[in-house]
Design a protein around this ligand. Structure first.
Ligand SMILES: [Mn+2]
Length: 377
Protein backbone atom coordinates (compact mmCIF):
# COMPACT_ATOMS: atom_id res chain seq x y z
CA UNK A 1 0.00 0.00 0.00
CA UNK A 2 1.20 3.49 -0.79
CA UNK A 3 2.52 5.35 2.20
CA UNK A 4 0.98 8.84 2.18
CA UNK A 5 4.02 10.23 3.91
CA UNK A 6 6.47 9.10 1.28
CA UNK A 7 6.57 11.15 -1.87
CA UNK A 8 5.18 9.75 -5.04
CA UNK A 9 6.40 10.70 -8.50
CA UNK A 10 5.02 14.02 -9.61
CA UNK A 11 4.68 15.39 -6.08
CA UNK A 12 8.01 17.03 -5.44
CA UNK A 13 6.70 19.15 -2.57
CA UNK A 14 6.70 16.12 -0.30
CA UNK A 15 10.26 15.27 -1.18
CA UNK A 16 11.74 16.78 1.96
CA UNK A 17 10.48 13.85 4.02
CA UNK A 18 12.29 11.26 1.98
CA UNK A 19 15.82 11.25 3.43
CA UNK A 20 14.48 10.56 6.90
CA UNK A 21 12.35 7.71 5.63
CA UNK A 22 15.30 6.07 3.89
CA UNK A 23 17.40 6.29 7.02
CA UNK A 24 14.53 4.87 9.08
CA UNK A 25 14.43 1.76 6.98
CA UNK A 26 18.04 1.04 7.79
CA UNK A 27 17.65 1.72 11.51
CA UNK A 28 14.69 -0.61 11.81
CA UNK A 29 16.31 -3.32 9.72
CA UNK A 30 19.37 -3.07 11.97
CA UNK A 31 17.24 -3.53 15.06
CA UNK A 32 15.32 -6.33 13.35
CA UNK A 33 18.61 -8.09 12.65
CA UNK A 34 19.57 -7.87 16.31
CA UNK A 35 16.17 -9.21 17.36
CA UNK A 36 16.40 -11.99 14.76
CA UNK A 37 19.74 -13.11 16.15
CA UNK A 38 18.12 -13.41 19.58
CA UNK A 39 15.06 -15.29 18.41
CA UNK A 40 13.02 -17.09 21.09
CA UNK A 41 14.94 -15.59 24.00
CA UNK A 42 13.52 -13.46 26.78
CA UNK A 43 14.06 -9.72 26.84
CA UNK A 44 13.93 -7.41 29.80
CA UNK A 45 13.09 -3.76 29.14
CA UNK A 46 14.50 -1.83 32.05
CA UNK A 47 12.77 1.44 32.88
CA UNK A 48 15.40 3.33 34.79
CA UNK A 49 13.97 6.22 36.77
CA UNK A 50 10.29 6.97 37.02
CA UNK A 51 7.83 5.46 34.59
CA UNK A 52 6.45 8.12 32.29
CA UNK A 53 4.33 8.05 29.13
CA UNK A 54 7.35 8.17 26.85
CA UNK A 55 9.27 5.30 28.41
CA UNK A 56 6.16 3.20 28.98
CA UNK A 57 5.02 3.64 25.36
CA UNK A 58 8.53 2.89 24.10
CA UNK A 59 8.72 -0.29 26.18
CA UNK A 60 5.36 -1.45 24.82
CA UNK A 61 6.47 -0.78 21.25
CA UNK A 62 9.64 -2.80 21.69
CA UNK A 63 7.61 -5.58 23.29
CA UNK A 64 5.31 -5.79 20.27
CA UNK A 65 8.13 -5.53 17.73
CA UNK A 66 10.15 -8.22 19.49
CA UNK A 67 7.19 -10.58 19.64
CA UNK A 68 7.46 -11.19 15.89
CA UNK A 69 10.84 -12.74 16.58
CA UNK A 70 9.46 -15.08 19.19
CA UNK A 71 10.94 -12.88 21.91
CA UNK A 72 8.98 -12.61 25.13
CA UNK A 73 9.46 -9.18 26.67
CA UNK A 74 8.83 -7.98 30.17
CA UNK A 75 8.94 -4.34 31.19
CA UNK A 76 10.51 -3.83 34.59
CA UNK A 77 10.12 -0.70 36.66
CA UNK A 78 11.69 0.14 40.01
CA UNK A 79 9.21 2.77 41.00
CA UNK A 80 5.51 2.66 41.40
CA UNK A 81 3.80 4.63 38.68
CA UNK A 82 3.13 7.90 40.45
CA UNK A 83 1.94 10.69 38.17
CA UNK A 84 -1.88 10.70 37.96
CA UNK A 85 -1.76 10.66 34.16
CA UNK A 86 0.60 7.72 34.11
CA UNK A 87 -1.50 5.80 36.59
CA UNK A 88 -4.48 6.40 34.31
CA UNK A 89 -2.43 5.21 31.33
CA UNK A 90 -1.47 1.98 33.04
CA UNK A 91 -4.93 1.36 34.45
CA UNK A 92 -7.01 2.28 31.41
CA UNK A 93 -4.82 0.37 29.00
CA UNK A 94 -4.44 -2.51 31.47
CA UNK A 95 -0.72 -2.45 30.96
CA UNK A 96 1.42 -5.10 32.47
CA UNK A 97 4.39 -3.41 34.06
CA UNK A 98 6.44 -5.49 36.38
CA UNK A 99 7.31 -3.69 39.60
CA UNK A 100 10.62 -4.73 41.08
CA UNK A 101 10.93 -6.14 44.58
CA UNK A 102 13.49 -8.38 46.29
CA UNK A 103 11.69 -11.49 45.05
CA UNK A 104 11.85 -10.47 41.38
CA UNK A 105 13.36 -13.46 39.62
CA UNK A 106 15.49 -12.44 36.69
CA UNK A 107 16.84 -15.86 35.86
CA UNK A 108 15.88 -16.73 32.32
CA UNK A 109 16.75 -13.30 31.04
CA UNK A 110 20.04 -13.01 29.29
CA UNK A 111 19.42 -9.75 27.50
CA UNK A 112 18.01 -6.35 28.25
CA UNK A 113 17.16 -3.09 26.56
CA UNK A 114 17.03 0.53 27.71
CA UNK A 115 14.45 2.89 26.29
CA UNK A 116 14.07 6.62 26.87
CA UNK A 117 16.51 6.80 29.73
CA UNK A 118 19.63 8.70 30.57
CA UNK A 119 20.49 6.06 33.10
CA UNK A 120 21.53 8.73 35.60
CA UNK A 121 20.33 6.48 38.36
CA UNK A 122 21.65 3.06 39.22
CA UNK A 123 19.22 0.20 39.70
CA UNK A 124 19.00 -2.48 42.39
CA UNK A 125 19.76 -5.09 39.72
CA UNK A 126 23.17 -3.88 38.56
CA UNK A 127 24.70 -7.29 39.31
CA UNK A 128 22.09 -9.06 37.22
CA UNK A 129 22.45 -6.57 34.39
CA UNK A 130 26.20 -7.05 34.36
CA UNK A 131 25.59 -10.67 33.40
CA UNK A 132 23.13 -9.81 30.65
CA UNK A 133 23.73 -8.52 27.17
CA UNK A 134 22.55 -5.01 26.42
CA UNK A 135 20.89 -5.52 23.05
CA UNK A 136 19.24 -2.19 22.41
CA UNK A 137 19.32 1.44 23.53
CA UNK A 138 16.73 3.74 22.00
CA UNK A 139 16.57 7.24 23.36
CA UNK A 140 16.41 10.97 22.77
CA UNK A 141 18.24 12.10 25.91
CA UNK A 142 21.80 13.27 25.85
CA UNK A 143 24.00 10.40 26.92
CA UNK A 144 25.47 10.78 30.39
CA UNK A 145 27.97 7.99 29.92
CA UNK A 146 29.29 5.95 27.07
CA UNK A 147 27.27 2.92 26.43
CA UNK A 148 27.85 -0.27 24.50
CA UNK A 149 24.98 -2.16 22.98
CA UNK A 150 24.22 -4.29 19.93
CA UNK A 151 21.86 -1.63 18.65
CA UNK A 152 21.97 2.05 19.59
CA UNK A 153 19.64 4.71 18.27
CA UNK A 154 19.97 7.93 20.23
CA UNK A 155 18.53 11.01 18.56
CA UNK A 156 18.87 14.07 20.69
CA UNK A 157 16.79 16.13 18.30
CA UNK A 158 13.74 13.87 18.60
CA UNK A 159 10.92 15.22 20.76
CA UNK A 160 10.05 11.77 22.07
CA UNK A 161 11.35 8.22 22.09
CA UNK A 162 7.82 7.07 21.23
CA UNK A 163 8.27 8.97 17.96
CA UNK A 164 11.39 6.93 17.18
CA UNK A 165 9.51 3.70 17.89
CA UNK A 166 6.65 4.82 15.65
CA UNK A 167 9.24 5.06 12.88
CA UNK A 168 10.22 1.43 13.38
CA UNK A 169 6.55 0.47 13.42
CA UNK A 170 6.04 2.20 10.10
CA UNK A 171 8.66 -0.10 8.65
CA UNK A 172 7.39 -3.20 10.40
CA UNK A 173 3.70 -2.45 9.72
CA UNK A 174 3.70 -0.28 6.60
CA UNK A 175 -0.08 -0.51 6.27
CA UNK A 176 -0.51 0.99 9.72
CA UNK A 177 -1.43 -0.48 13.06
CA UNK A 178 -4.77 -2.25 13.07
CA UNK A 179 -7.45 -0.42 15.11
CA UNK A 180 -9.44 -3.64 15.32
CA UNK A 181 -6.67 -5.42 17.12
CA UNK A 182 -6.75 -4.54 20.84
CA UNK A 183 -2.96 -4.82 21.19
CA UNK A 184 -2.39 -2.43 18.32
CA UNK A 185 -4.98 0.02 19.57
CA UNK A 186 -3.45 -0.02 23.03
CA UNK A 187 0.02 0.55 21.65
CA UNK A 188 -1.05 3.35 19.31
CA UNK A 189 -2.86 5.11 22.16
CA UNK A 190 0.08 4.73 24.53
CA UNK A 191 2.56 5.98 21.91
CA UNK A 192 0.38 8.94 21.01
CA UNK A 193 0.17 9.85 24.69
CA UNK A 194 3.95 9.48 24.98
CA UNK A 195 4.58 11.79 22.02
CA UNK A 196 2.09 14.37 23.27
CA UNK A 197 3.35 14.35 26.80
CA UNK A 198 7.07 14.52 25.98
CA UNK A 199 6.63 17.34 23.48
CA UNK A 200 4.42 19.60 25.62
CA UNK A 201 1.51 18.82 23.32
CA UNK A 202 3.70 19.29 20.23
CA UNK A 203 5.14 22.65 21.21
CA UNK A 204 8.55 20.97 21.44
CA UNK A 205 7.87 18.42 18.74
CA UNK A 206 9.99 17.89 15.65
CA UNK A 207 9.02 16.48 12.29
CA UNK A 208 9.55 12.95 13.54
CA UNK A 209 6.91 13.39 16.24
CA UNK A 210 4.36 14.72 13.77
CA UNK A 211 5.01 11.92 11.29
CA UNK A 212 4.72 9.45 14.16
CA UNK A 213 1.38 10.91 15.20
CA UNK A 214 0.01 10.88 11.65
CA UNK A 215 0.97 7.23 11.39
CA UNK A 216 -0.49 6.26 14.77
CA UNK A 217 -3.66 8.30 14.56
CA UNK A 218 -5.97 5.81 12.74
CA UNK A 219 -5.41 3.20 15.46
CA UNK A 220 -5.64 5.52 18.47
CA UNK A 221 -8.60 5.25 20.82
CA UNK A 222 -9.34 8.98 20.99
CA UNK A 223 -11.88 8.79 23.81
CA UNK A 224 -9.41 6.88 25.93
CA UNK A 225 -6.59 9.24 25.06
CA UNK A 226 -8.73 12.15 26.18
CA UNK A 227 -9.48 10.38 29.43
CA UNK A 228 -5.84 9.59 30.10
CA UNK A 229 -4.64 13.11 29.45
CA UNK A 230 -7.37 14.81 31.48
CA UNK A 231 -6.65 13.35 34.91
CA UNK A 232 -7.07 15.67 37.83
CA UNK A 233 -4.30 16.51 40.27
CA UNK A 234 -4.06 14.43 43.43
CA UNK A 235 -4.36 16.34 46.74
CA UNK A 236 -0.71 15.50 47.52
CA UNK A 237 0.51 17.01 44.27
CA UNK A 238 -1.65 20.07 44.78
CA UNK A 239 -0.11 20.52 48.26
CA UNK A 240 3.34 20.22 46.75
CA UNK A 241 2.54 22.94 44.24
CA UNK A 242 1.31 25.09 47.12
CA UNK A 243 4.55 24.54 49.08
CA UNK A 244 6.60 25.33 46.02
CA UNK A 245 4.65 28.56 45.55
CA UNK A 246 5.10 29.59 49.17
CA UNK A 247 8.80 28.87 49.25
CA UNK A 248 9.71 30.36 45.90
CA UNK A 249 12.65 32.69 45.57
CA UNK A 250 13.02 34.77 42.46
CA UNK A 251 16.32 35.95 40.96
CA UNK A 252 15.67 38.00 37.83
CA UNK A 253 14.03 35.50 35.51
CA UNK A 254 15.07 32.48 37.56
CA UNK A 255 12.84 30.90 40.14
CA UNK A 256 14.08 28.53 42.80
CA UNK A 257 11.86 26.55 45.15
CA UNK A 258 11.36 23.32 47.03
CA UNK A 259 8.53 21.11 48.21
CA UNK A 260 9.95 19.68 51.43
CA UNK A 261 9.81 15.99 52.24
CA UNK A 262 8.01 13.92 49.68
CA UNK A 263 6.97 10.30 49.61
CA UNK A 264 8.21 8.30 46.70
CA UNK A 265 4.75 7.79 45.25
CA UNK A 266 4.27 11.55 45.04
CA UNK A 267 7.62 12.27 43.58
CA UNK A 268 6.15 13.23 40.21
CA UNK A 269 4.67 16.29 41.89
CA UNK A 270 8.16 17.88 41.74
CA UNK A 271 8.26 18.32 37.94
CA UNK A 272 4.60 19.28 38.02
CA UNK A 273 5.30 22.03 40.53
CA UNK A 274 8.16 23.21 38.31
CA UNK A 275 5.89 23.21 35.26
CA UNK A 276 3.32 25.24 37.15
CA UNK A 277 5.81 27.83 38.43
CA UNK A 278 7.17 28.26 34.93
CA UNK A 279 3.81 29.73 33.91
CA UNK A 280 4.51 32.81 36.09
CA UNK A 281 5.15 35.73 33.80
CA UNK A 282 8.64 37.17 33.85
CA UNK A 283 10.13 33.78 34.73
CA UNK A 284 11.87 31.66 32.15
CA UNK A 285 13.73 29.08 34.24
CA UNK A 286 12.55 27.16 37.29
CA UNK A 287 14.27 24.72 39.59
CA UNK A 288 12.24 22.80 42.17
CA UNK A 289 13.46 20.04 44.42
CA UNK A 290 12.33 17.90 47.32
CA UNK A 291 13.71 15.16 49.56
CA UNK A 292 12.22 11.86 48.45
CA UNK A 293 11.68 9.18 51.10
CA UNK A 294 14.38 10.89 53.17
CA UNK A 295 17.02 9.34 50.93
CA UNK A 296 17.57 11.41 47.82
CA UNK A 297 17.28 15.02 46.78
CA UNK A 298 15.28 14.97 43.57
CA UNK A 299 14.93 18.08 41.49
CA UNK A 300 13.48 19.24 38.21
CA UNK A 301 14.54 22.05 35.95
CA UNK A 302 12.15 23.66 33.49
CA UNK A 303 13.06 26.44 31.12
CA UNK A 304 11.84 28.38 28.15
CA UNK A 305 14.95 30.52 28.01
CA UNK A 306 16.90 30.71 24.75
CA UNK A 307 20.16 30.64 26.62
CA UNK A 308 19.72 28.00 29.33
CA UNK A 309 20.58 24.50 28.19
CA UNK A 310 19.15 22.21 30.91
CA UNK A 311 21.72 19.49 30.37
CA UNK A 312 24.70 21.83 30.55
CA UNK A 313 23.12 23.79 33.40
CA UNK A 314 22.56 20.79 35.66
CA UNK A 315 25.90 19.20 34.92
CA UNK A 316 27.65 22.46 35.72
CA UNK A 317 25.57 23.13 38.83
CA UNK A 318 25.84 19.73 40.50
CA UNK A 319 28.88 18.11 38.94
CA UNK A 320 29.82 14.47 39.03
CA UNK A 321 29.02 11.70 41.45
CA UNK A 322 32.54 10.34 41.87
CA UNK A 323 31.34 7.01 43.13
CA UNK A 324 29.27 6.22 40.07
CA UNK A 325 31.37 8.19 37.65
CA UNK A 326 28.36 9.97 36.19
CA UNK A 327 26.68 13.33 36.59
CA UNK A 328 24.05 13.90 39.26
CA UNK A 329 21.79 15.32 36.64
CA UNK A 330 21.19 16.19 33.06
CA UNK A 331 18.49 16.85 30.58
CA UNK A 332 17.55 17.50 27.04
CA UNK A 333 18.76 20.38 24.96
CA UNK A 334 15.64 22.47 25.02
CA UNK A 335 13.41 22.62 28.00
CA UNK A 336 13.86 20.21 30.86
CA UNK A 337 16.18 18.27 33.05
CA UNK A 338 16.33 16.47 36.35
CA UNK A 339 18.82 15.60 39.03
CA UNK A 340 19.04 13.15 41.89
CA UNK A 341 21.55 13.35 44.72
CA UNK A 342 21.73 10.58 47.31
CA UNK A 343 21.82 11.83 50.89
CA UNK A 344 23.61 8.65 51.88
CA UNK A 345 25.07 8.45 55.34
CA UNK A 346 23.50 11.73 56.49
CA UNK A 347 20.03 10.23 56.07
CA UNK A 348 20.54 8.65 59.50
CA UNK A 349 20.43 12.07 61.13
CA UNK A 350 17.40 12.15 63.43
CA UNK A 351 16.72 15.86 63.11
CA UNK A 352 14.89 15.91 59.81
CA UNK A 353 14.45 19.65 59.75
CA UNK A 354 18.13 20.28 60.18
CA UNK A 355 18.92 17.79 57.47
CA UNK A 356 16.47 19.50 55.19
CA UNK A 357 17.89 22.96 55.83
CA UNK A 358 21.32 21.64 55.02
CA UNK A 359 20.18 20.07 51.76
CA UNK A 360 18.29 23.20 50.85
CA UNK A 361 21.28 25.42 51.48
CA UNK A 362 23.60 23.33 49.37
CA UNK A 363 21.22 23.09 46.42
CA UNK A 364 20.47 26.80 46.68
CA UNK A 365 24.12 27.68 46.70
CA UNK A 366 24.88 25.48 43.69
CA UNK A 367 21.94 27.01 41.88
CA UNK A 368 23.11 30.55 42.58
CA UNK A 369 26.60 29.68 41.42
CA UNK A 370 25.19 28.26 38.21
CA UNK A 371 23.17 31.39 37.45
CA UNK A 372 26.10 33.60 38.43
CA UNK A 373 24.62 35.17 41.56
CA UNK A 374 26.19 35.62 44.94
CA UNK A 375 24.50 33.98 47.89
CA UNK A 376 22.87 36.59 50.09
CA UNK A 377 22.12 34.29 53.02
MN1 LIG B 1 11.36 10.94 26.63
Amino acid sequence: MADPLIDTPGEPRLRAVKPEVTETASRWSELATVLESNRDKKLLVVLVGYPDPDNIGSGLALQLLARDFGIETNILSFHEVSHQENRALVKQLELDIWLYDERTDLSGYDMYALVDTQRSESTPIEDDLAKMRLVAVVDHHKRLNDIEADFIDVREDAGSTCGIFAEYLREAFPDGLNPNEPEHEKLATALMHGVRSDTHLYLEACQLDFIASAYLWPAVDQALLRKISAQSLSPAVMDMIQSALERRRVYDNFLFSDVGFVRKENRDGIPQAADFLLTRSGIDTVLVFGVVDGRTIDGSLRTRSDTVNPDAFLKKAFGIDEERGSHYGGGNVRDKGAFQIPIGFLAQHNDREQLYRLACEIIHEKFLEAIGQESTT
